[in-house]
Design a protein around this ligand. Structure first.
Ligand SMILES: Cc1cc2nc3c(=O)[nH]c(=O)nc-3n(C[C@H](O)[C@H](O)[C@H](O)COP(=O)(O)OP(=O)(O)OC[C@H]3O[C@@H](n4cnc5c(N)ncnc54)[C@H](O)[C@@H]3O)c2cc1C
Length: 553
């Protein structure tokens, strides 16, 4: 090559960022998993980190997004088919994550009667999910929905007894066949209709009782992701009000159920994942929970998916930062590596602070799911699920943009993963409760569950210790809580204050001083800023970047 094109010598371009162990190269992740009770899984996470960060897995991620799912509404004789075909890379990604147990590992104890929950199961799963999102984010949608549907199914023991034995195994079966003929099942959900996604009570889809817990559902859903799932948890209006149903793709007699996929959404990102518009033409479904208690029944699913949105967003932020640092470590400008340039150091270190804080909050929340019986953990879970979901998912898009810029022009082209990542990240703050909805949820907890709020505030005060910046931030938050009339309007401010304080207390207690000091100096006590790369001129930016560098392990 060089003989024919003597001028074509490639230099000063970084080596590809691939074949990186996403676990052993991520010091903050290793620490967070250990700290929050998932340390026993470290070995397994190291193995999965190698798989998820391999060049093959990253290439599958690219292929699955470039060759998007295709809907087939009818066969060539005009009969309805309502199937979606995916690129083989998508199925391999699904198989990788299901084999790792990401669709149900926290429920593994249910496979044997009387078995206890596995300690640290949520934190261990969060560790792997954080890396699965970096491998490819779109396929995480059916993975997270299957995991989150389990606690809802448990509310209807006869349905759970039938479905769980095929949901729990660590296998993947993409065939379009009745559940009894499959080795593995995945689940989706249908709540959003054209006239209302947040306000699900506005649902117009009707459910008519057939008998024995069976209903016929007529109506539509405006978003139904992963439409090739084996069944969906769906909300519809029954005679006694909005009710939750399990709607399988096949009827018990083995015929295809009446879900008519109308079209697939043409989405900004998340393109490997299909999201359909669907009509139900008297579709067969089974009731889950009591008629009229649909929202109360399905809310568990939403809580689990909110945890995953935060974990996945934190993982994507980590991947963006790791790419940026990798580039800066290898690229020289004006005879000096970018990572040695003072302004770039400010930018990289500043992003690293948000990445570590986002991970710290997400894994702290996962631990609260592991210790549900402990009242303090349960208070944390109630208040901090919407706080963490809001804050982490909101941080991700600006961080992704800044990380992309660190790669210069290379960041903006599709061959680098950052362009796809940038298009992917906003979805996590839109679905499963958008930003305002999270803020309103927090305001609701503040108004209606004072005991839970007090427990979290007490915990934060103890964690603040004698750090005067943290104590003042805590006092400011307490003062805001004393004005109940303003809670709704101040929803976002409260959420942000809670998130930043909680993250800062975790970093103060557990992260190196360089990280904790700089986070507190810029996010709690520093001058207001609007973009990355400011306020760290007195910080140990080298230490912060060295900790975040993916060149470890
Ligand atoms: C890629 C993708 C896949 C999806 N997959 C699924 C799926 O599988 N199943 C499913 O059921 N849904 C799915 N959704 C739908 C998603 O959950 C909804 O879009 C989301 O809940 C918002 O509902 P909406 O679109 O009706 O917006 P609206 O409810 O109209 O909300 C619009 C805006 O108003 C804000 N808002 C709402 N209420 C208030 C209020 N009281 N005060 C202030 N602001 C408010 C919201 O925060 C939002 O920003 C998917 C969406 C996307 C983008």
């Amino acid at each position: 090559m060089s003989a024919r094109f003597p001028t074509h010598e490639v230099f000063n371009q970084p080596p590809p960022f691939e074949d990186v162990n996403l676990f052993t190269s991520d010091v903050a992740l290793i620490d967070a998993v250990e700290r929050e009770g998932g340390g026993a899984a470290s070995g397994a996470l190291g193995v999965f980190g190698q798989v998820a960060g391999s060049a093959e897995a990253q290439e599958r991620g690219r292929l699955a997004n470039e060759h998007t799912p295709k809907l087939s509404t009818h066969d060539r004789q005009g009969r309805r088919r309502d199937t979606v075909t995916f690129h083989p890379a998508y199925h391999t990604l699904m198989r990788t994550s299901c084999t790792e147990g990401l669709h149900a590992s926290v429920w593994a104890h249910l496979a044997k009667k009387g078995e206890a929950r596995r300690p640290g199961a949520h934190v261990a799963r969060a560790g792997a999910f954080y890396m699965a999102a970096q491998m490819e984010a779109g396929h995480c949608c059916p993975i997270t929905m299957t995991n989150a549907a389990v606690p809802v199914l448990l509310q209807q023991p006869d349905v759970a007894a039938e479905w769980l034995p095929r949901i729990l195994p660590n296998t993947y079966d993409p065939s379009f066949a009745p559940p009894g003929a499959k080795t593995a099942l995945t689940l989706g959900m249908g709540m959003t209709e054209k006239q209302g996604g947040t306000d699900v009570r506005a649902a117009t889809t009707k459910a008519e009782l057939v008998g024995g817990g069976e209903y016929r559902i007529t109506g539509h859903k405006w978003f139904l992701s992963a439409p090739m799932s084996d069944a969906f948890l769906v909300l519809a209006q029954a005679p006694d009000g909005l009710t939750c149903f399990l709607m399988p793709r096949f009827r018990p007699d083995g015929s295809v159920n009446a879900l008519h996929l109308q079209r697939l959404k043409d989405k900004l990102g998340n393109r490997s994942n299909a999201s359909a518009e669907v009509e139900f033409h008297g579709a067969y479904a089974r009731v889950i929970g009591e008629e009229g208690r649909g929202v109360a029944t399905i809310i568990d699913m939403v809580t689990y998916t909110r945890l995953d949105c935060a974990v996945a967003s934190a993982g994507l932020m980590r991947f963006a930062l790791a790419n940026a640092i990798h580039h800066a470590e290898h690229r020289s400008v004006f005879d000096k590596k970018l990572v040695e340039q003072p302004v770039m150091q400010q930018v990289l270190a500043d992003m690293a602070l948000d990445v570590e804080a986002a991970g710290a909050l997400a894994f702290r929340l996962a631990r609260a799911f592991d210790r549900a019986e402990d009242p303090r953990a349960s208070a944390w879970r109630r208040l901090m699920t919407p706080v963490t979901k809001y804050w982490v998912c909101k941080l991700a898009p600006p961080l992704a943009a800044e990380a992309m810029e660190c790669l210069g022009g290379n960041g903006y082209v599709e061959e680098a993963p950052l362009a796809r990542l940038y298009r992917e990240v906003p979805v996590n703050s839109i679905w499963e409760g958008s930003g305002n909805v999270m803020a309103l949820d927090v305001a609701r907890v503040l108004q209606r569950e004072p005991a839970a709020v007090q427990m979290v505030m007490d915990e934060l005060l103890v964690a603040a210790g004698d750090d005067q910046h943290l104590r003042r931030a805590h006092a400011r938050l307490e003062a805001m809580l004393q004005e109940p009339k303003l809670l709704d309007a101040r929803g976002r401010a409260l959420v942000e204050a809670l998130a930043v304080l909680a993250a800062a207390t975790i970093l103060r207690a557990h992260a190196p001083a360089a990280v904790a000091d700089a986070f507190i100096a810029t996010r709690i006590s520093g001058d207001p800023r609007q973009t990355y790369g400011q306020g760290l001129e007195h910080a140990d930016v080298r230490a912060i970047i060295a900790r975040a560098s993916p060149s470890h392990g």
